[in-house]
Design a protein around this ligand. Structure first.
Ligand SMILES: *[C@@H]1O[C@H](CO)[C@@H](O)[C@H](O)[C@H]1NC(C)=O
Ligand SMILES: *[C@@H]1O[C@H](CO)[C@@H](O)[C@H](O)[C@H]1NC(C)=O
Ligand SMILES: *[C@@H]1O[C@H](CO)[C@@H](O)[C@H](O)[C@H]1NC(C)=O
Ligand SMILES: *[C@@H]1O[C@H](CO)[C@@H](O)[C@H](O)[C@H]1NC(C)=O
Ligand SMILES: *[C@@H]1O[C@H](CO)[C@@H](O)[C@H](O)[C@H]1NC(C)=O
Ligand SMILES: *[C@@H]1O[C@H](CO)[C@@H](O)[C@H](O)[C@H]1NC(C)=O
Ligand SMILES: *[C@@H]1O[C@H](CO)[C@@H](O)[C@H](O)[C@H]1NC(C)=O
Ligand SMILES: *[C@@H]1O[C@H](CO)[C@@H](O)[C@H](O)[C@H]1NC(C)=O
Ligand SMILES: *[C@@H]1O[C@H](CO)[C@@H](O)[C@H](O)[C@H]1NC(C)=O
Ligand SMILES: *[C@@H]1O[C@H](CO)[C@@H](O)[C@H](O)[C@H]1NC(C)=O
Ligand SMILES: *[C@@H]1O[C@H](CO)[C@@H](O)[C@H](O)[C@H]1NC(C)=O
Ligand SMILES: *[C@@H]1O[C@H](CO)[C@@H](O)[C@H](O)[C@H]1NC(C)=O
Length: 848
């Protein structure tokens, strides 16, 4: 006989007609058992399909009892419902075993068959004629099976206690869900030695892959955090001789979690963890945060106990403050810091969520073990202390602090030395974990011991130069003596290394030792961070930019540099310059990759993209108001002023244009793309070796090749006009006379009708005439043909701050230099660099 579960009429009616077997006590309409050769399909038209208001859906297959909270099993999903579990859950029922209270009695999943292999719509559960219970996905693949064919199975039973049982002719249990626990225990259920509760990945991802587990051993009850080897963060010990030959277990009873380690029922338990007495349905669940919480149904589901939080409180959970986080005051998180403001080695992964933990500013690498140091943290303890009989044993006992520290420095997989001692610091216990979870303050009065932590960090500032690199350093020192400036020196070295043939390796060695560099990533890491460079953000001077997400969740923009000859030089320049610069109006370089032929730069992600999208919008639906435009101009000015005047070495950007101004979520502007930058010594202009930049933003002196920071001031002037006018400098869609913004500007300045030019897409612009005209006059000053007459960027900032006025005596004869012909430009390029610095395609194809 094959019953197929696809009828859609009201079930109780059918049951009344077909059978009185279900009318236990004349009241119950439940469906707790099934015979062989039955199948159930996961379809919305299945009977007992209920949608809950929290977004979850159940399609129950078996349900036992009526009135109040009851166990049922069937298909379960939550949220988008692309995938389903075959699960046992607790639901609310009425007198006819209808599932009720869809807006508060949400299904509580207490067991599932296929956490790791969820199935889709139209999957089927089959209780086959041979006795096997099989969950088959819609494509026919087996997601799960009890493997009970040939075991004389007679039927399937969902018991009163929420145990799904396959029984044989004699009523003997052959297979039961209680023997295959997931992350929940229900009252009456035991966790037997050898079985584990394992947490799921998160509240929304049910996959069995969480860090935490709970199990019974011959010593007691233990909660572990997965690490290699696992470390216990909670234990309840039982000691003595075993008095029963029943394997050890722990059982969830009414009022307790009882440990039967030495003894067995009906004896008294060896130990108990008390649980509030049950006034209704309860279950306990090992959460994805490592807590073992008890939930109870009242007028809704609520937490009634948190069992593993011992006397040390919240801080004792391994990841309460993430990796390397320090927990204090029962849950406040901070990052490890050096005493008296020394070098910082850790930063918060997310400033808004300190509990996510901290990451190393320079990741540890075994390659440069000589640069490992220990960051000393006094009065800091770790959750694995109190080792016992093979659980959390110290790596060394009876040692002094120095031996403990050396023990860690000697072994690369050791990430910290944790030293726990009493009054005699020459005699303590030393732990050398290979992974560092959350740390916590040690309160001696509570713990009755002393503790210090020494975290292994990678020291890049270390003055010690590795032996094998000495020759390069000597070379650098030798060349630099009185002959060349620092910049020339670095370039010289690079040229030298480049010509040496095995340049690849040599250059990478060199990069390794540049002090204070941002994080170095491997190509593989960046490839996976950008999902194989799938989301392109844009195209910059030297290559494309892709969106990515680092392992810690930080969003980044990854610039993939192309064209090797050119890249080597510019790459080093970029890494050198940007790595050392931090300013709120400059896009920060987080890291880089120099991996074989791959050269990549990792920048902070700017979610509003580049300025051109906002001031030259294709559809004019959104237009920035004056306040935002003014702030953007001010931000650019401050960023450039910093580059020109406040850096150790003056930095000229050379390619200021809206595409190189990026906006964050609050429209703060930051200057980006230093790919075209060159270093020049303070107070000294330098003959440029390559013709670069973008037409429309090129200062007239580019023709004479005398380049100072005033080329940026000119570029800034153009950008200011573009921001105010909401159009491009060179706009071929405008009528002939208005094509060049600068000639229009000259005309309007002379007519004193500047407001004619202002962006008309935002009404707000017309109400700010006084300020706008002032900013436009400032732009006119920046655009002076004679570069010596232009203001410096710090003067621009002062004008905008209102502490200085715009120069009165301005020349309106702006020379918006037409692009020099490519051949002329090439003729000016220093022959030595010609091969490595070709003109950019955008220059060559620019308007004539
Ligand atoms: C299972 O089979 C038995 C015996 O044939 C029958 O009495 C019972 O009603 C069946 N149960 C269900 C749920 O179909
Ligand atoms: C539950 O929701 C699904 C999807 O929204 C819908 O197709 C189905 O008809 C609903 N079922 C019931 C019983 O309301
Ligand atoms: C379903 O998901 C929502 C949102 O994540 C959550 O609030 C709710 O508790 C979930 N319901 C069940 C029954 O797991
Ligand atoms: C499930 O089955 C129904 C009816 O047989 C069909 O219309 C639907 O497309 C199927 N859905 C999936 C996801 O296979
Ligand atoms: C059934 O057998 C398969 C293959 O041997 C195995 O992967 C699976 O875990 C077994 N299922 C159960 C519930 O033990
Ligand atoms: C099913 O389980 C109930 C208890 O929950 C029990 O009374 C009943 O005898 C079981 N049925 C079979 C066929 O084992
Ligand atoms: C759930 O977590 C697992 C393991 O971390 C992961 O492989 C899987 O993609 C996640 N699933 C979803 C839907 O996020
Ligand atoms: C446990 O058994 C051993 C040997 O059988 C015995 O020496 C010891 O005293 C016992 N311990 C306890 C606590 O009973
Ligand atoms: C648990 O024990 C208390 C006190 O003995 C009792 O009132 C309550 O009904 C019990 N709960 C259950 C679910 O049996
Ligand atoms: C901690 O160390 C200090 C100094 O070494 C010592 O005086 C004190 O007794 C120690 N505390 C404990 C709890 O052993
Ligand atoms: C401290 O411990 C060391 C090593 O066990 C021992 O040699 C020394 O005598 C102890 N000092 C004191 C004051 O007990
Ligand atoms: C290094 O430490 C790891 C774990 O911290 C340990 O497994 C390994 O045995 C240690 N190696 C040596 C040589 O001590």
């Amino acid at each position: 006989m094959k019953i197929t579960w696809s009828f859609s009429r009201p079930v109780p009616l059918i049951l009344i007609i077909s059978s009185s077997l279900y009318l236990i006590n004349g009241e119950s309409f439940d469906y707790p058992e099934a015979n062989l050769s039955t199948s159930w399909t996961n379809s919305p038209s299945a009977p007992h399909s209920v949608n809950f208001s929290d977004g979850s859906t159940v399609r129950s297959i078996l349900l036992r009892g009526s009135f109040g909270p009851r166990y049922a099993c069937g298909f379960f999903c939550n949220g988008s419902c692309d995938t389903y579990l075959f699960a046992i859950f607790i639901v609310q029922t009425d007198s006819a075993s209808y599932i009720t209270m869809p807006s508060i009695g949400f299904p509580q999943v207490v067991w599932s068959a296929n956490r790791d292999r969820p199935v889709r719509l139209n999957a089927t559960l089959l209780l086959k004629s041979d006795g096997d219970l099989v969950l088959q996905d819609v494509d026919g693949t087996v997601a799960w099976s009890t493997n009970t064919s040939a075991k004389s199975i007679a039927g399937l039973n969902l018991t009163e206690t929420g145990n799904l049982v396959l029984f044989d002719e004699k009523g003997t249990t052959i297979w039961q869900s209680f023997d295959h626990p997931t992350d929940v225990l229900v009252p009456g259920q035991s966790l037997v030695i050898g079985n584990y509760l394992t947490a799921s990945v998160s509240n929304t991802n049910w996959t069995n892959g969480g860090l935490y587990s709970l199990s019974v051993t011959s010593e007691g009850l233990f909660a572990y955090v997965g690490s290699n080897p696992p470390q216990a963060y909670y234990f309840k010990l039982v000691s003595g001789n075993k008095t029963s030959n029943v394997p050890s277990y722990v059982k969830f009873l009414n009022g307790s979690l009882a440990l039967f380690v030495l003894s067995a029922e009906p004896s008294e338990p060896d130990e108990v963890i008390s649980v509030p007495q049950a006034s209704s349905a309860q279950y306990m669940k090992l959460g994805s945060d490592g807590h073992l919480r008890v939930y109870q149904w009242g007028d809704k589901w609520a937490e009634v106990a948190d069992l593993l939080t011992g006397y040390l409180g919240e801080c004792n959970y391994p990841l309460v403050c993430g990796t390397y986080g320090i927990c204090s005051n029962n849950g406040q998180c901070s990052c490890p810091a050096s005493a008296n403001g020394g070098t910082s080695y850790f930063r918060q992964k997310d400033y808004r969520q300190p509990s996510l933990g901290c990451s190393e500013i320079t990741p540890l690498t075994c390659v440069e073990q000589q640069n490992h140091e220990l960051l000393e943290l006094d009065d800091i303890r770790y959750f694995i202390y109190d080792g016992y009989n093979g659980i959390n044993n110290p790596d060394m006992t009876g040692v002094d602090m120095e031996s403990c520290k050396q023990g860690c420095l000697r072994n690369c997989s050791c990430k910290a030395a944790l030293f726990q001692y009493g009054y005699n610091s020459s005699n303590g216990d030393c732990y050398l974990p290979s992974e560092v979870f959350s740390l916590m303050n040690n309160v001696e009065e509570t713990t009755h011991y002393n503790s210090s932590a020494f975290l292994k960090v990678q020291n890049v500032q270390s003055g010690t130069v590795p032996k094998k690199k000495t020759s390069h350093m000597a070379l650098i020192a030798g060349l630099s003596v009185g002959v060349l400036s620092t910049v020339a020196c670095i370039l010289g070295i690079l040229m030298y290394l480049y010509k040496r043939g095995n340049s690849e390796e040599a250059e990478e060695d060199y990069l390794d030792q540049v002090p204070g560099l941002p994080t170095r990533f491997s190509y593989e890491v960046l490839k996976s961070a950008t999902s194989d460079f799938s989301k392109k953000l844009g195209e910059g001077g030297f290559g494309s930019v892709y969106e990515g997400t680092l392992g810690d969740g930080t969003k980044v923009a990854v610039k993939l540099l192309e064209g090797l000859g050119q890249v080597k030089k510019s790459f080093l320049v970029e890494v050198e310059i940007i790595g050392s610069i931090h300013h709120v109006n400059l896009v920060r370089l987080i890291g880089f990759c120099a991996d074989k032929s791959h050269r990549l730069l990792v920048y902070e992600f700017m979610c509003n993209g580049s300025l051109d999208k906002w001031i030259f919008p294709k559809n004019q639906a959104f237009s920035l108001d004056w306040k935002h435009r003014w702030k953007i101009i001010f931000d650019i000015a401050r960023g450039l002023a910093y580059l020109h005047e406040d850096c150790r070495q003056k930095i000229i950007h050379l390619d200021i244009k809206p595409q190189n101004i990026l906006l964050d979520e609050s429209f703060n502007a930051k200057v980006s793309d230093f790919g075209l930058s060159k270093l020049i010594d303070k107070d000294q202009s330098q003959v440029m070796t390559a013709m670069r930049g973008t037409p429309g933003y090129l200062a007239p002196e580019w023709l004479s090749s005398i380049i100072t920071e005033k080329v940026d001031v000119y570029g800034f002037g153009v950008v200011v006009l573009e921001i105010v006018c909401g159009r491009k400098n060179l706009d071929r869609y405008q009528p002939e006379e208005g094509m060049h913004l600068l000639s229009l500007f000259k005309q309007k300045l002379e007519e004193d009708r500047l407001m004619d030019m202002v962006d008309k897409h935002n009404e707000d612009m017309q109400y700010n005439e006084r300020e706008i005209v002032k900013v436009m006059r400032l732009a006119a000053w920046c655009l002076q043909s004679d570069f010596t007459k232009r203001p410096s960027m710090s003067m621009v900032v002062k004008v905008m701050e209102g502490v200085m006025d715009v120069e009165e005596n301005l020349d309106y004869g702006f020379s918006f230099s037409q692009l020099p012909k490519p051949m002329e430009a090439v003729g000016r390029i220093d022959a030595k660099f010609a091969a490595t610095s070709p003109l950019l395609p955008s220059v060559l194809s620019g308007p004539r």
